[in-house]
Design a protein. Structure first.
Length: 190
């Protein structure tokens, strides 16, 4: 019983360490996604860019959790998580469509691009949190029980989206500082 308790404590500490190491990866990835989406001239290209960058993030996450997943398994997990997030409304397609229309006119390019960039960054945060929760639950679980865990993906994604919604002020502050940092960098370059 004492060994089980000690193992549980170690798992909690290990998970806390992983989450701490994950945070800079998520921050970097969400703003790379935001910048790519903002700069994307085609409305559908932003989805492809987001998928590629989020796929790379998931690969880094699998390494952090020391999962021996193949790239096909990572793609399947990313696709399933993305599908769940979209079906639960983690990314509002209506606002994406509106932002895409705004990007068609030069005067509204900045507004449309900023809306799409922030939505894509938020989606990356939800996806990363959901994947981290999934990986934490899947660590050490036999393959026979992974199917049951996969069935819980919609709940895991819904909880991740709810947690990110609760931290909306933190995300807004991060977005504001990111925009200030990059706008001052771009002004210094020109």
């Amino acid at each position: 019983r004492c060994l089980r308790q000690l193992h549980g404590q170690w798992q909690v500490q290990l998970e806390a360490e992983r989450r701490q190491r994950l945070q800079p990866l998520v921050v970097r990835s969400q703003w790379i996604v935001a910048a790519a989406v903002f700069a994307s001239p085609l409305p559908s290209a932003d989805l492809l860019l987001s998928a590629v960058i989020n796929g790379l993030l998931l690969k880094e996450m699998a390494q952090l959790w020391r999962c021996q997943w193949t790239s096909e398994q990572l793609q399947a997990a990313a696709l399933e998580l993305g599908r769940c997030a979209l079906s639960l409304g983690a990314l509002e397609w209506g606002s994406q469509a509106l932002a895409g229309l705004l990007k068609l006119h030069g005067a509204t390019w900045l507004v449309g691009g900023a809306l799409q960039a922030l939505a894509a960054a938020y989606f990356t945060r939800v996806l990363a949190r959901a994947m981290a929760d999934y990986l934490a639950l899947a660590a050490g679980v036999p393959d026979s029980e992974l199917a049951q865990l996969k069935a819980r993906l919609p709940v895991i994604v819904a909880e991740a989206a709810a947690q990110e919604r609760l931290d909306w002020n933190g995300f807004a502050d991060q977005a504001s500082s990111w925009f200030k940092q990059h706008s001052s960098t771009s002004l210094n370059i020109s």
